[in-house]
Ligand binder design. Structure first.
Ligand SMILES: C[S@@+](CC[C@H](N)C(=O)[O-])C[C@H]1O[C@@H](n2cnc3c(N)ncnc32)[C@H](O)[C@@H]1O
Length: 235
């Protein structure tokens, strides 16, 4: 496991691999190099990621964790829009992290990338003011979702916030068909709670106050924005 502030080597990353079940960015490891093209064409990616960063109200000095960062597009965009904020990004897949590191270098931004699982975040308690995450939770089983939300609570500083963009309950006939196809592709078990619109409820039961915000239609289904803050103990 990577310690705080260290960038894990490929070997370290492979040693802590795999976690089961694990759904890669495009389900199959071999498709990972196509990820940016597929998401760029089908997900209105720039709009989604800009909206998520706006929702997170990032300012200079904000310590942001991008959870399940994939090829790093969100964290890199965050750095470009908020150069005085501090961006850390983790993902469970070493191969996709290598792509993200290359993209950050090419964009001339400094993101701290590390290998890490959403339900075992390799950073200390209270290390972040914001956790942002796009398109991760539909890759996690219900148990992984719950454990991940606990971990997010742990790494958030007091008054910290979680901001999520992920698939939600499909709106309209086209989105329902697209969601059925996506659930066959990414996995019925991992996508079910998303497509039933249950992420806010699972967050609530994990000790957050969650608010579902607006939705955006994409080629692969309806995307739901959610913001959540940890409830005070006993709240
Ligand atoms: C669909 S991609 C989303 C990537 C990126 N956030 C985006 O919006 O383009 C899902 C990512 O989550 C990662 N992932 C899946 N399960 C994970 C887990 N348990 N812990 C950390 N990352 C995970 C995958 O490797 C993949 O990069």
């Amino acid at each position: 496991m990577t310690r705080e502030g260290e960038l894990s080597t490929g070997t370290d990353r492979e040693e802590s691999w795999p976690q089961s079940p694990y759904v890669h960015a495009l389900r199959f490891r071999i498709l990972t190099p196509l990820y940016d093209t597929v998401v760029g064409l089908g997900m209105r990616e720039k709009r989604i990621k800009t909206t998520l960063l706006q929702q997170a109200s990032i300012v200079g000095g904000t310590r942001v964790l991008d959870l399940g960062c994939g090829t790093g597009t969100l964290a890199i965009l965050g750095c470009l829009l908020h150069p005085a904020a501090e961006f850390t990004a983790i993902d469970g897949d070493p191969a996709i992290l290598s792509i993200a590191e290359r993209k950050a270098r090419a964009a001339g931004v400094s993101v701290r990338f590390a290998h890490g699982m959403a339900d075992a975040i390799p950073f200390p308690d209270g290390a972040f003011d914001r956790v942002v995450s796009s398109l991760l939770f539909h890759h996690l089983t219900i148990d992984q979702k719950r454990r991940s939300f606990e971990e997010i609570r742990r790494v958030l500083a007091p008054r910290g916030e979680l901001h999520v963009a992920d698939f939600g309950k499909p709106e309209g006939r086209y989105a329902r068909i697209a969601s059925k196809m996506l659930s066959r592709f990414d996995g019925v078990e991992t996508t079910r709670d998303n497509f039933e619109g249950r992420l806010p409820e699972i967050l609530e039961s994990a000790g957050f106050t969650a608010r579902a915000g607006h939705r955006i239609q994409t080629t692969f289904g309806t995307l739901q924005f959610i913001s959540a803050s940890p409830r005070a103990a006993g709240g």
